[in-house]
Ligand binder design. Structure first.
Ligand code: NAD
Length: 254
């Protein structure tokens, strides 16, 4: 039995970035299955529309919103589009991500800027764009997708680790600043086999091998999504500024 009431997300507007595939897609499907109205936000518009069709085929309600989260104007337009089509955002899940791995001596400014733009700048843009309507609505939930890399670092990923660590500083500060408005801000640190991680995890050069993790296997994105349901639900009503690791115990074995 779920720790949250199955009906508590009925009609709630949940915006998920990077929802065209991978973990974001699973989050979108999980919330839709709970009755939420889901904004499937992604730079890949056709793939986002395919997720919407999948949700609609299951009897749910969703809209696809094309957005490049690393661009302020695009984020602002996306928030407007979601609000116009579904209503005010009650739960924001800032999840879009990329990797541009390279060893320090070879990393280009472009690789650095792209990764910081999609993870850290985007987190700031989304936070600023949703906060006012959430205050007016009397509260909300903001959940960032971070990474164990934020704490552990990762060979070949100074850009990604720096962006994900920065995201946690932003998350904790936002939690402190917004608690008085009943806005709870948390992060999930996942590990799952997706397009993004397939290259990094399976390339021995970058030193990541989940088969050596506590559970000795990769996770499917579907195993990550319930953590977001929890952090958006009344079951986590006294939890803010936290990082929830859903990584098969990999944080413990490093
Ligand atoms: N998979 C893992 O093990 C793992 C581990 C730690 C953190 N994460 C984080 O989880 C999140 C989801 O990653 P995933 O593994 O599902 O990867 P994925 O590559 O399958 O999905 C990422 C999604 O983000 C979208 N995206 C990329 N750039 C964008 C942009 N500029 N604007 C809008 N959308 C954009 C992509 O189109 C894609 O749909 C990322 O933030 C990633 O850093 C994943």
């Amino acid at each position: 039995m779920s720790p949250w009431s199955p009906s508590e997300f009925e009609g709630a507007v949940v915006a998920v970035t990077g929802a065209a595939q991978g973990i974001g897609r699973s989050i979108a499907l999980a919330f839709a299955a709970q009755g939420a109205n889901v904004a499937v936000i992604d730079v890949q518009e056709a793939a986002a529309q395919a997720v919407v069709r999948e949700i609609e085929a299951g009897g749910g309600r969703a809209v696809a919103v094309a957005c490049d989260v690393s661009k302020r104007e695009s984020v602002r337009a996306a928030v407007g589009a979601v609000t116009d089509s579904l209503g005010g955002i009650r739960v924001l899940i800032s999840n879009a991500g990329i990797t541009r791995p390279a060893m320090i001596r070879k990393m280009t400014d472009e690789q650095w800027d792209q990764v910081v733009g999609v993870h850290l700048n985007a987190s700031f843009y989304w936070l600023q764009e949703v906060v006012e309507p959430m205050i007016e609505a009397g509260g909300g939930r903001i959940i960032f997708t971070s990474s164990s890399t934020a704490q552990n670092g990762s060979i070949g990923q100074v850009n990604y680790a720096a962006a994900k660590s920065g995201m946690l500083g932003l998350m904790r500060s936002a939690a402190k600043e917004l608690g008085r408005y009943n806005i709870l801000v948390n992060a999930v640190a996942p590990a799952a086999l997706t397009d993004m991680t397939r290259t990094v995890m399976t390339d021995p050069k970058f030193g990541a091998d989940p088969s050596k993790s506590t559970l000795r296997r990769f996770a499917e994105p579907e195993e990550i999504a319930p953590a977001y349901l929890f952090l958006a639900s009344s079951a986590s009503s006294y939890m803010t500024g936290q990082v929830l690791s859903v990584d098969g115990g990999s944080m413990m074995v490093r």
